[in-house]
Design a protein around this ligand. Structure first.
Ligand SMILES: [Zn+2]
Length: 107
């Protein structure tokens, strides 16, 4: 039997823990500006600690990231586009898409 991490989505509650507040604050301290705004040459204060990789309830990914700082606008737009496409276009430090569902990582 495979483990279904997302069953019942218990991780929704992890966002309201002190541990998450600390993790989020730490990320926003390291990277105070929205990463996507910066790519567009704009400087916007980030308010969201975003999981670059979908954690799907995996505690290791949830708590250890990788994370990126985003403004709310970009966070919402990114997640909506990702759900529409079915994969994330976020790239790792080597420039390769991180998401295993990305077409470049299939086959
Ligand atoms: Zn932004």
């Amino acid at each position: 039997m495979s483990i279904r991490y997302d069953e019942g989505r218990p991780w929704k509650g992890w966002y309201s823990t002190a541990r998450w507040r600390k993790t989020r604050l730490n990320q926003l301290t390291i990277e105070p500006l929205c990463r996507m705004c910066r790519l567009q040459g704009r400087f916007t204060a980030a308010t969201v600690c975003d999981h670059i990789e979908r954690h799907s309830g995996n505690p290791d990914k949830f708590w250890n990231g990788p994370f990126q700082s985003l403004c709310k606008t970009h966070h919402d737009a990114t997640k909506q586009a990702e759900e529409h496409r079915g994969f994330s276009t976020a790239a790792g430090t080597d420039g390769w898409p991180i998401d295993p569902r990305h077409p470049a990582n299939r086959g």
